[in-house]
Design a protein around this ligand. Structure first.
Ligand code: GUN
Length: 206
C-alpha cells in the first residue's frame, strides 16, 4: 500500500535501551534538569505529581492491600536517540498525553476491542508533534486495555532529533505497576497478522 505509515525506526532499537550510551550535551541537560530516570519501557521518565487523594481501586482488586489507588499521577516522558522507543505495554487506567517538544510516532493495538480476547485487533498509528496543520497531535488519550508503543522521529526534515521527544502523561487513576504489563511476542502473534508482526516486533521489549 502506498500510503502505509512508515513504522521503521529512525534510530536503531538495539540493546542500548538497557544501558544507554552518553546522550548529547543538549539532551543530557534536559535529563539532569528534570531529574529523569531510565524507564523500563525505554526512554526516560520522572513522576512529577501523585495526587494524595486515594480512591477505590476500580480494577477488580485482587487483595485487601490492592483496594485503593492515587486519584491521578503525572510524569514527564522523554525519548532520545539512545533510548529511542517505548516498548509495547498497556495500563488498566486511561492516559492523557500532552506534547511538549520534538516528534514521535505512536502505535496503538486496540486489544480491548477483540471479542472474547481472541482474534485480530485494529491497529492505529499517528504522529505527535507541533505541526497541527499537518495532522500532528499535541494531545492524545489512550484508554486502558490498549497496547501502546512509541518511537522517536526526526525534527522537521532535519534527519535527526536534537532534543528528543518530550511529553507529559497523566494516568487516571494513578499509575501502579500492578496495573501495567508488557506485550509478549505470543500475544502479539495472536493480535496481529504475520506481516504486521514482522513490521512491529522491534517494538517488543528486548
Ligand atoms: N513508575 C514506572 N513507570 C511509571 C509510569 O509510567 N508512571 C508513573 N507515574 N510511575 C511510573
Amino acid at each position: 500500500m502506498s500510503n502505509q505509515p512508515n513504522l521503521k525506526p529512525l534510530y536503531p532499537p538495539h540493546p542500548s535501551q538497557q544501558e544507554p550510551e552518553e546522550e548529547s550535551p543538549q539532551i543530557q541537560k534536559t535529563v539532569d534538569a528534570l531529574s529523569l530516570l531510565p524507564h523500563p519501557e525505554g526512554g526516560y521518565y520522572v513522576e512529577t505529581d501523585r495526587d494524595p487523594l486515594r480512591i477505590p481501586n476500580p480494577f477488580a482488586p485482587t487483595s485487601d492491600t490492592d483496594k485503593d489507588r492515587s486519584a491521578s499521577t503525572t510524569i514527564f516522558y522523554l525519548l532520545t536517540p539512545n533510548r529511542s522507543f517505548g516498548a509495547f505495554h498497556r495500563n488498566k487506567g486511561r492516559t492523557v498525553h500532552v506534547w511538549q517538544r520534538g516528534r514521535g510516532r505512536y502505535v496503538i493495538i486496540h486489544a480491548d476491542e477483540v471479542e472474547g480476547g481472541k482474534g485480530k485487533a485494529r491497529v492505529e498509528t499517528f504522529v505527535v508533534g507541533p505541526d497541527v496543520a499537518a495532522g500532528e497531535r499535541m494531545q492524545w488519550v489512550v484508554e486502558g486495555g490498549k497496547y501502546k508503543a512509541s518511537f522517536l522521529l526526526e525534527d522537521g526534515g532535519s534527519g535527526e532529533s536534537k532534543e528528543g521527544l518530550l511529553i507529559s502523561e497523566v494516568v487516571v487513576p494513578g499509575f501502579e505497576f500492578a496495573d501495567h504489563d508488557f506485550l509478549r511476542r505470543e500475544k502479539m502473534e495472536e493480535l496481529l497478522t504475520e506481516e504486521q508482526v514482522r513490521e512491529m516486533d522491534w517494538m517488543l521489549r528486548v
